[in-house]
Design a protein around this ligand. Sequence first.
Ligand SMILES: *Cc1c(COP(=O)(O)O)cnc(C)c1O
Length: 220
Amino acid sequence: MTEPAQALQEIREDIDHAARIARRKGADVTLIAISKTKSAEEIEPLLEAGHRVFGENRVQEAQAKWPELKARHPGVELHLVGQLQSNKADDAVALFDAIHSLDRSSLVQALAKAFGKAGRTVPCFVQVNIGDEDQKGGCAIADLPALIAEAREAGIPVAGLMCVPPLDVEPSPYFALLAKLAAENGLEGLSMGMSSDFESAVKVGATHVRVGTALFGARG
Ligand SMILES: *Cc1c(COP(=O)(O)O)cnc(C)c1O
């Protein structure tokens, strides 16, 4: 087995184990392989191993890599996990199958327009600035209900909430808070947990974990 394929199997087992502890099913957790900065050659082994769900954080980088990979490996599901500029909404809707970074009113409007033009919608996660950090992207907790209402009104399929907790502190309380906010707003999807903390995220309800480094190795 190749190294990434081995890592994939181990992470899948860790997810299943964390899910069992929480009396959940591992199969209810989607593992998004975050392939940002990785070349097509580095991504290929995971596709060969049968993995189909990937995430990128830049539209342009994804446009350069994924059309060809998708053509070679049918069934790929591509998630956008990075900030999205409104003027890239059309490009994002054409390439991605889910968007995890819906964080502001202007983007709601841009995506609604892009969906209309493309004649398709993709599930969107509202990104929450869960630690109330100045430098971090995401909607403020206080603004969340209004943004969700606006998105629903605009016909955007709101799948759930997404967060990146503050660095270097125990993430579980932030994951639990995101789960509470999702429940309060009638949302089931929880995109939370990265290489260092996906097990904690699964224990408190993550439906989508976003794992890069632990699968592909450190980014150069
Ligand atoms: C890069 C990135 C990840 C993956 O991080 P790792 O620590 O490499 O697993 C997850 N989510 C977002 C939003 C990212 O930008």
